[in-house]
Design a protein around this ligand. Structure first.
Ligand code: 26Y
Length: 792
């Protein structure tokens, strides 16, 4: 591919796909034309991969996920195809700046946070590894809401990524399935038959996902909901226009919006319908494809592995049984065994509020046949494991418990970090683990180094290639080869220069966005993730205030300048998280306006954190904040991205931090805080918070200042509730971990003030991050859960 050839392709698409003449083309027209030209190049390996999979009759992975947090596609696709430099030249030849075109693309934000971003990294790694796979999801018209701040408060507005054309998708009106809801079950010819009362059509939209160097491509198949009932022409002719369109409108609500909660399950009917919509369409698609060249459904598990991304698609168990038995005539027990042979379940959270449960009445109304099947699964399980404790079961207290259902219907259940998998065994499913030893396994999460290092951090990626040669992107353990170089002052200077370049770029962007000037020599200290009490942004902001207070008391004490950067959204209904957002913004306003301190400490909270913003922030970070209450963060994946990009972690022994610490070594990680066991014990003391506050003068001062309205002078009592919570309902142990965190932050300052020490730590973080490539994770799933091999 030469720049001239690409240019010709772009002009052809501008003319014949966009229908635009170059002199009248907008930036968006050019972006779409370039995207189509790039997509053409993906189609070649995509077809080849599909043909190969069919020809070899290979086992396929079907990944079922309610969320895919993809971000932008164009740059990633160009990098994986090796066309980035060609594109720079091609577009320059047309008088266009490639960067501007890349920045014109909206983020595909079909996810809330970690779970959705993990699914996106997995899709890329499966394509890189040549693991034949389909990702199944929902084509939400409105992805995760946009966030802006009004007087410091989060305000949500609808996101509309599909308002403009999505150039990456292929619409497949011919691949459509009917999905039913409600209605009755009747016996016909001795078999249960479900007669749904409502039906919708699931229409497939395919996006090819290309792997590193374009050797393989898989499909992300997203379902859009459409009405099945014919448009009511009679009503329309009578002038009843709205009613005529009603069935269509109702159906479309199914793929209208992404639920913006990631921790509180609310039992909403529409959510259950969305989950069934995704799952049923995917399973029908899987069976259709299988039956196209196989007759024996008994061999299904040898040909498809179906992975449930958390419990959200856990209705897959009963639905697969229904399709196999009610539709294809297999006996129930046989159908159950086949389904279990195909299904795997990944758990992503220990928080009880996030575990899905449906009242039997909601469940039975929407999915009457599935409720019967769930009852049979539950009694099958009780029969076969007679020692099962009476309090255990899928159906308990009038509820359907999706965690138990997913567990029982899977041949493997996995957690997402070593600690988390251990806690899944001991706290979430201890009885089921004892009944089914070996079913729970661990697959520590990972992230794709193509997007998160090669693409997001060109300066560092360039240094790595100059030092190690080409090809490390698909063999990340090779980063270990950097280790000997960290003793070399010249290499450390190069490493620091790459970081500095990213910090300057970030400072410029923040300057443009917020008007605030940042000192790129300061420590860039970053906490970006969903806002949640357990993630403890509150601990961070309280410590920031303590630090400010200390600087004010003694401004000439030789402080190391710091920029505190926050990013993240709160679920719209999560009041405490929203108060924390407001507090961060209020504190920022006071601190950034303080002439005594603002050369030494700044607080920045750019609104609307998303994948693209993460790509700007992570490469520029010196310090990665991973400070959750131990035992609460299943894994974390941001922590891995920071490590790869040469940021040092300040963190607790939680989630994958444990493994990061193990890889990087204690000398290169700022560890503090209670362990998961200690957390549990500390909570037993009802006075834990009061004692911790009274033992720490800085914390006492900070809480006092906030309670007095120092950061909310117009409304001094604004944070009384929040401060009261820390004193009296500190479930997440902010107070108990404060002193250790505060002390460790001082240690960070000392380390940063010694450049030889700091840059060695930073470089070792990159050098030892190879384990956290999602390629390693996917290989683990392929070997231990899916029993599939690479087609490459
Ligand atoms: C049912 C609904 C309330 C719900 C929706 C989304 C429940 C949970 C979620 C999302 C959970 C999630 O994102 N969990 C995160 O998964 C990451 C990938 O495994 C982990 O790294 C991270 O620790 C975990 O919080």
């Amino acid at each position: 591919m030469t720049p001239n050839l690409l240019q010709a392709d772009v002009l052809r698409h501008l003319t014949f796909t966009q229908g635009k003449d170059a002199p009248h083309a907008s930036l968006q027209d050019w972006r779409l034309a370039l995207s189509h030209a790039i997509r053409d190049r993906i189609v070649v390996p995509w077809f080849a991969a599909t043909r190969r999979t069919w020809a070899d009759d290979r086992k396929r992975v079907c990944y079922l996920s309610m969320e895919y947090l993809i971000g932008r596609v164009l740059e990633d696709a160009m990098i994986n195809l090796g066309l980035y430099d060609v594109a720079v030249e091609a577009m320059a030849g047309l008088g266009l700046d490639l960067r501007a075109l890349i920045d014109d693309e909206p983020d595909a934000a079909l996810g809330n946070g970690g779970l959705g971003r993990l699914a996106a990294c997995f899709m890329e790694s499966m394509a890189t590894l040549g693991c034949p796979a389909y990702g199944y999801g929902i084509r939400y018209e409105n992805g995760l809401f946009r966030q802006h701040f009004e007087h410091g408060r989060q305000v949500e507005t609808a996101e509309d990524w599909l308002a403009h054309v999505d150039p990456w998708e292929f619409t497949r009106p011919e691949s459509a399935y009917t999905v039913g809801f409600k209605g009755q079950v009747e016996i016909r010819d001795g078999r249960e038959v479900w007669f749904p009362e409502e039906t919708v059509t699931a229409e497939a939209h395919d996006t090819p996902v290309v792997g590193w160097q374009g050797k393989w491509a898989n499909t992300l198949r997203l379902w859009a909901a459409k009405g099945t009932a014919d448009f009511d022409l009679a009503r329309f002719n009578r002038g009843d226009y709205a009613a005529a369109a009603e069935p269509e409108t109702l159906a479309r609500t199914l793929s209208r919006v992404l639920y913006p909660d990631d921790t509180t399950h609310q039992g909403k009917e529409l959510r259950l319908k969305q989950e069934f919509f995704l799952t049923s369409a995917a399973l029908q698609d899987i069976l259709r494809r299988y039956l196209a060249n196989h007759g024996d459904l008994g061999a299904l598990p040898a040909h498809v592995a179906i992975q449930m991304n958390d419990t959200h698609p856990a209705i897959a168990g009963p639905e697969l049984i229904r399709l196999l038995s009610d539709v294809h005539g297999l006996p129930f027990d046989r159908a159950l065994e086949i389904a279990r042979g195909c299904l795997g379940f990944t758990n992503h959270t220990l928080l009880p509020e996030a575990l899905e449960k449906w009242t039997m009445s909601t469940f039975g109304t929407i999915l009457p046949r599935h409720l019967q099947i769930v009852e049979r699964i539950d009694s099958w399980h009780r029969r076969n494991w007679p020692g099962r404790p009476h309090y255990l079961g899928i159906l308990k207290h009038g509820e359907v418990r999706m965690g138990e259902l997913a567990f029982i219907m899977s041949h493997k259940v996995n957690g997402v970090s070593a600690l988390h998998s251990q806690l899944v065994k001991t706290t979430l499913f201890p009885e089921l683990d004892a009944m089914h030893p070996g079913r729970i396994v661990n697959q520590t999460n990972g992230v794709t180094p193509r997007r998160w290092l090669r693409m997001a951090n060109r300066p560092l990626a360039g240094l790595i290639t100059r030092t190690l040669g080409e090809g490390w992107e698909a063999d990340l353990d090779r980063l270990r080869g950097l280790e000997p170089h960290v003793e070399d002052a010249g290499f450390r200077a190069d490493f620091a220069a790459a970081k500095h370049e990213n910090k300057v770029a970030l400072a410029n962007w923040i300057g443009r966005e917020t008007g605030l000037a940042l000192d790129p020599h300061a420590i860039f200290d970053v906490q970006i993730k969903r806002i949640h009490e357990y993630k403890r942004q509150l601990l961070n902001i309280l410590q920031t205030v303590a630090h400010w207070h200390a600087i004010r008391a003694n401004p000439e004490a030789g402080w190391v300048p710091r920029v505190k950067i926050f990013g993240g959204k709160a679920a719209p209904g999560y009041a405490v998280a929203k108060e924390i957002i407001r507090l961060i913004n209020d504190v920022a306003e006071v601190l950034n306006a303080d002439p005594v301190t603002n050369g030494l400490l700044r607080v920045i909270y750019p609104p609307n954190y998303n994948v693209t913003m993460a790509e700007r922030l992570i490469p520029a970070a010196d310090l990665s904040e991973q400070i959750s209450t131990a035992g609460k963060e299943a894994s974390g994946t941001g922590n891995m991205k920071f490590m790869m990009n040469g940021a040092v972690t300040i963190g607790t022994l939680d989630g994958a931090n444990v493994e990061i610490l193990h890889e990087v070594g204690a000398g290169n990680f700022f560890l503090f805080g209670l362990t998961a066991d200690e957390v549990a014990r500390r909570r037993e003391d009802p006075e834990h918070a009061r004692k911790a506050i009274q033992a720490s003068q800085p914390l006492l001062d900070v809480l006092q200042m906030i309670a007095e309205g120092r950061f909310s002078p117009a409304e001094p009592e604004r944070y009384h509730g929040l401060v009261h919570r820390v004193w009296h309902h500190d479930y997440f142990l902010v107070a108990s971990d404060f002193a250790a965190y505060h002390a460790m932050q001082a240690e960070v300052d000392r380390a940063y003030a010694d450049p030889a020490r700091w840059w060695k730590m930073a470089a070792l973080n990159t050098a030892r991050s190879g384990f956290f490539s999602s390629d390693r994770t996917i290989r683990g799933y392929m070997d231990e859960i899916w029993q599939t091999t690479s087609a490459l």
